[in-house]
Design a protein. Structure first.
Ligand code: COA
Length: 181
């Protein structure tokens, strides 16, 4: 596994992905406490759950060398969400998963797609994983549309006590190489 090498940054055309700090709390809380944004989750986050989200990712950076990273607009330095890789339980298997949350005022402008593609490229370039996943509640059209835009295809549909039904999408290293040709 990768060792932690300090503040990692990924740059795209419009975005900077960098590690979370507790200074991101207010901007993150605005996103995670919003009922519309969290409609596919069991409930919006309270302050404590939001703090634990940041702590969980700081731990992820130490443990794995990756986690969900803060997504920042390069032009203004505004925090607009997160995107990155975490290890998730997908139908009983612990698998590398690309996740994303974007402030609703910025939805449908291609930011999740731009961040997710950069994270996917980072994952295949910097880890040994041969398949990278995204999973979501079956109702989460925005999430699975972003997975498809990230070159993934649906590999599983399964009963999930948290989500009723979950969909799993995936891209393999060889499919990724074909995209990058
Ligand atoms: C899912 C989410 C991150 C998408 O963010 P976004 O920045 O609006 O997504 P993008 O603009 O990059 O769109 C990516 C693709 O999905 C499509 N898409 C996004 N939202 C969609 C929606 N609500 N309905 C249908 N398609 C949608 C876009 O058209 C685009 O497809 P294309 O490239 O083929 O045109 C955003 O809706 C969000 O933060 N949702 C709440 C948090 C959440 O549920 N996260 C996922 C947890 S599993």
């Amino acid at each position: 596994m990768l060792t932690h090498v300090g503040t990692k940054k990924i740059e795209t055309k419009r975005l900077l992905l960098r590690e979370y700090t507790f200074d991101d709390f207010n901007a993150l809380y605005e996103i995670m406490s919003d009922p519309e944004t969290m409609q596919h989750y069991p409930a919006p986050f309270d302050e404590d759950r939001t703090k634990r989200w940041i702590t969980w990712n700081l731990d992820n950076y130490e443990k794995y060398g990756f986690g969900l990273w803060a997504v920042v607009l390069k032009e203004t330095n505004e925090f607009i969400g997160d995107c990155g890789i975490t290890i998730q339980n997908i139908d009983g298997e612990m698998l590398p998963e690309i996740g994303y949350h974007i402030h609703k005022k910025y939805w449908r402008r291609g930011f999740a797609k731009e961040a997710a593609r950069a994270v996917r490229d980072w994952a295949f370039q910097n880890t040994q994983y041969d398949t990278i996943y995204s999973y979501m509640k079956y109702t989460n059209v925005g999430s699975y549309s972003t997975a498809i835009a990230n070159g993934m295809r649906k590999v599983k549909e399964y009963d999930d006590p948290k989500n009723t039904i979950s969909y799993a999408y995936a891209i393999t290293r060889s499919e990724w190489k074909d995209i990058k040709k």
